[in-house]
Write a protein that binds this ligand. Structure first.
Ligand SMILES: C[C@@H](O)[C@H](N)C(=O)O
Ligand SMILES: C[C@@H](O)[C@H](N)C(=O)O
Lengths: 163, 163
């Protein structure tokens, strides 16, 4: 499959939520997201890595406009699943490089990260699939990150999409 | 946008690599993945959550066949980025639910997690995008997970793809 990078997208209307030290046992993610779904809040990115000492961290992004509702159910979430804390961050942007054939081409992700590194932009979260590499950065670095990626992948003017 | 779940996919030819306690500063992800790219190893899922006390965990999956090569460059990686340890797990499977309109429909992810919870299947890693919800489970639970999801979303016979 040929590698084709089709665009760079920025999403600035979301906030990141981090649920710390949840037990790594079946049912926890189900309870957490069913509480969020009850409030009719749309969840975009969900990122969970590997547990340590039986505890995991679950991150997800929601529309900024829903953050107040989400905070209002914090006690409900904390009584449904054990966790040490829930952290909210509304100063983030999601910058994504979109394309096809990324999985079969080594080095695309490395290049995305190198472009950000060269500008001293810190990567705060990463989630990838075959067609998309998404990173979370500080809101104020989003434009610069997107422009740098746009230039690196030699995309024409029209491709920076703000979702 | 209407919600359409088009299929369930299982991927059993990959291993998960976890790089622990990397400094959460610009350039680390770039260095890690450029070392991996030098070996011409294709990276599939990359998952990094939020750092704690300035340290992050970076997870990624590679073809099982490349695990020996990856282990052979561990010292190179450790001298290029500070980390406390690198963990390899070749007994995993990636189970994905694929569809469109997932972002604008609350509750799809919750349902996926509930199906796995109801069968006592532990979710070891999560990565989602608008068109795909991927979870890592023990290899021996992959079939059961995929069949349960297949049934839940009432998909016809043909849709369980083994990638
Ligand atoms: C941490 C959380 O994902 C848990 N392992 C679960 O299955 O729900
Ligand atoms: C942890 C790693 O992602 C780091 N923040 C970087 O930008 O490379």
């Amino acid at each position: 499959e040929g590698l084709v990078i089709t665009g760079v997208a920025i999403k600035t209307d979301e906030a990141k939520v981090t649920v710390l030290d949840v037990p790594d046992v079946p049912g926890i993610a189900a309870k957490l997201f069913s509480e969020v779904a009850k409030e009719k809040i749309n969840v975009n990115m969900i990122v969970q890595g590997t547990s340590r000492n039986g505890l995991s961290e679950i991150n997800f992004t929601v529309p900024k406009k829903d953050l107040i509702t989400l905070k209002s159910i914090e006690e409900k979430i904390k009584s449904s699943i054990k966790c040490s804390n829930i952290i909210y961050d509304d100063n983030i942007a999601i910058v994504s490089v979109v394309g096809t054939g990324m999985r079969s081409h080594h080095g695309v992700a490395a290049k995305v990260f190198e472009v950000l590194a060269s500008r001293g932009i810190n990567i705060e979260m990463i989630s990838t699939s075959e067609i998309k590499i998404s990173v979370v950065v500080r809101m104020e670095r989003a434009e610069e990150a997107a422009n740098a990626l746009h230039k690196e992948f030699k995309l024409s003017e029209i491709e920076i999409k703000t979702e």
